[in-house]
Design a protein around this ligand. Structure first.
Ligand code: CAA
Length: 290
């Protein structure tokens, strides 16, 4: 395979809401997709969630039942990274912890055979150069492709080359994002939080702090931003949608790098995460979804 060839073979590591969303949009765009989780069981569960999402799309008239079947036919679930050997692009979307992401990128550099394959991270905040530097000569093929949740709905992808990324790799990734996925990318700097989270996270943390200090109710905070600023959802509901563990992980990375008080995670956020109340995905977070 060469670096000039269009990307048809995609791998996704991590079948959570982001990984499943990236796999879904890639398969809908006609790519052959392998989704890898820590076990076959978890990979199958991720595939099941994608199937359900496609069925919702059929119900809403976004795609036909035949298109949903064809999309599922292009998706394969696996419990082994070895099944990514022939991929041209792999996007890692595992938990927002540097150690976990370094392990995955290191393993990808071992198993993915094509020397031109792009190794991308969907990290929300971890500097891409740290992931690239961990894989030696393949660092030129490592970049950030940061999608937004829900992936099938939001058109933005942040494209984040590191100091080590080859320009040809960035351009090939951009072509894939625009021409294949039909998304609207922006170029983002390789600093903690890139562009969007460097702006979004302090806003979310301020809302959580306001609630924690008893200054306003959750409903009034969210209503204020929805009705007063035309945001599609308020900051507390959005935090629950993103996942409080992810919000905390991104805040910690931003705070470590910048040492600015506005990135410091409020105690309420830390306690909810310790309690396993991670937001919509666990049924409890800042709100109760039971
Ligand atoms: N998959 C596919 N489609 C979906 C979907 C999903 N998971 N969730 C919603 N949709 C679609 C619906 O089908 C619907 O489409 P139509 O109107 O064409 O039928 C549309 O989105 C609106 O959905 P709903 O009517 O069910 O609900 P809503 O109007 O309340 O919208 C929302 C829900 C799309 C989530 C909207 O509230 C929204 O955009 N919220 C903001 C989300 C946001 O800011 N995300 C960024 C998070 S930051 C991040 O991801 C990065 C990070 O690193 C932390």
């Amino acid at each position: 395979m060469s670096a000039a060839e269009p990307i048809d073979l995609v791998g996704v590591v991590g079948g959570g809401q982001m990984g499943a969303g990236i796999a879904e949009v890639s398969a809908r765009a006609g790519c052959d997709v392998v989704i890898v989780e820590v076990s076959q069981e978890r990979a199958d569960a991720a595939l099941g969630r994608i199937g359900a999402s496609l069925q919702r799309g059929v119900g809403r008239g976004k795609l036909t039942a035949e298109e949903a079947d064809a999309t599922l036919g292009r998706l394969r679930a696996s419990g082994s990274m070895d099944d990514l050997a022939d991929r041209q692009l792999v996007v890692e979307a595992v938990v927002e912890e540097k150690g976990a992401k370094l392990d995955v990128v290191g393993r990808l550099a071992e198993v993915v055979r094509d020397p031109d394959a792009i190794l991308a991270s969907n990290t929300s905040s971890i500097p891409i150069v740290e992931l690239g530097a961990a894989v030696g000569t393949r660092s030129t093929n490592v970049l950030g492709l940061h999608f937004f949740n829900p992936v099938p709905v939001l058109s933005l992808v942040e494209i984040i080359p590191s100091l080590l990324t080859a320009e040809s790799v960035t351009e090939r990734a951009r072509t894939f994002v625009v021409d294949r996925l039909g998304k609207d990318p922006i170029n983002a700097p390789d600093r903690a939080g890139f562009t969007v989270n460097a702006l979004l996270i302090p806003y979310l943390l301020s809302a959580i702090r306001m609630l924690e200090q008893g200054l306003a109710s959750a409903k009034d905070i969210d209503d204020g931003m929805v009705k007063g600023c035309a945001h599609p959802m308020g900051p507390l509901r959005l935090s629950d949608l993103i996942g409080l563990d992810t919000v905390l992980g991104v805040a910690e990375t931003l705070y470590d790098e910048q040492r600015e008080q506005l990135f410091a995670p409020p105690a309420l956020l830390q306690r909810l995460v310790s309690a396993g109340r991670l937001g919509r995905k666990t049924g409890h977070g800042l709100y109760d979804y039971a």
